[in-house]
Ligand binder design. Structure first.
Ligand code: NAP
Length: 293
């Protein structure tokens, strides 16, 4: 049991809602394992209260915080500095207090790439399809484009609202020297484009609890030599991943991204190697014990 005393540093999450977030569980497990005198709490902050909440966090000199929906974009104007990748993405999920200055980062995309890497997936020269151009899709697309610019490769983005996919194509090609295509999410477009794809990433909420019977990509479009990564972590194995596994594809689960994005935030804050095993154990214990799954 950790001792809370006058020197305990506070880290937290702000968002609305935050009650079901796994971040407090993951970060407190890491603090405990490394015997760090810090606690992580979750605060429900409504849209209208964001500025007051950030002013409060500054006044209290909190060490750092995570930001979740609906504040990932609106937080930008309240920070003192923004890391270049977060600035390109236009969204922040991690803030560090550096001598009173609030510095914003985005670890979602980096967490997704780390999840792929730790599962033995190489990105060099690969053709990647991202289904979804919301917050997660955008963060992954930017982090991926930054990588592929160095090694070669192609990205195709599909989105139900096609304007967002087209916007993402435009901003990625303006920022990085990489081949990107933005398309409407439709069975026909998926059928035409997935033929040559090496890595398929679902970054939509399609298939997320409680709509676990849904899938964004029909199983006959999945090939055995594909890697299929679903960012959804509730359920741990979505219908998309179950079907991909049956087709012989390699799968990567959303819980891996969840843990690695938290690990990256931990590294930014604490400047120590995060205890990945404990962070995974804490996340999986909670997800598995959730009676709805
Ligand atoms: P978001 O910004 O609201 O974006 C939602 C995305 O899903 C959009 O692309 C949206 O398309 C698409 N979508 C929603 N319903 C759809 C439907 N019925 N058919 C087709 N497309 C649909 O949300 P987000 O923050 O990106 O989150 C998306 C998912 O990622 C959630 O399940 C979230 O839990 C998960 N996530 C996981 C992690 C992790 O660490 N593993 C991190 C962040 C998010 P439109 O643009 O057309 O609406």
């Amino acid at each position: 049991m950790r001792l809370i005393n006058g020197k305990t540093r506070l880290y937290c999450l702000i968002g609305d809602p935050v009650q079901h977030s796994l971040s407090p569980i993951i970060h407190n497990a890491a603090f405990e394992k490394l015997n760090i005198n810090a606690v992580y709490l979750a605060f429900n902050v409504s849209k209208g209260n964001l500025k007051k909440a950030v002013d409060g966090l500054r006044s209290l000199n909190v060490a750092g915080f995570n930001v979740t929906m609906p504040h990932k974009v609106s937080i930008l104007s309240l920070l003192d500095r923004i890391d270049s990748l977060a600035e390109k993405i236009g969204a922040v999920n991690t803030v560090k207090n550096v001598d009173g200055k609030l510095v914003g980062y985005n670890t979602d995309g980096i967490g997704a790439l780390e999840a792929l890497k730790r599962n033995g997936v190489k990105l060099e020269g690969k053709k990647v399809a991202i289904v979804g151009a919301g917050g997660a899709g955008k963060a992954i697309a930017f982090a991926l484009a930054q990588q592929l610019e160095k090694f070669g490769g192609e990205i195709t983005i599909f989105n139900r609202t096609v304007e967002k996919a087209v916007w993402l194509e435009k901003s990625l090609t303006e920022t990085f020297d990489v081949k990107v295509k933005g398309l409407k999410l439709s069975d026909l477009n998926l059928k035409n484009e997935l033929k040559n794809v090496d890595i398929l990433i679902n970054a939509t909420s399609v298939g997320m609890y409680p709509s676990t019977g849904k899938t964004p990509v029909s199983k006959n479009l999945i090939k055995p030599n594909m890697v299929v990564f679903d960012v959804i972590y509730e359920p741990l194995k979505t219908r998309l991943l179950t079907e991909a596994e049956k087709r012989g594809a390699k799968i990567v689960r959303g819980v891996d991204m969840l843990v690695y994005q938290a690990a990256k935030a931990f590294e930014i804050w604490i400047k120590k190697k995060p205890p990945i095993k404990e962070m995974f154990k804490a996340a999986l214990r909670t997800l598995k014990s959730s009676k709805e799954l």
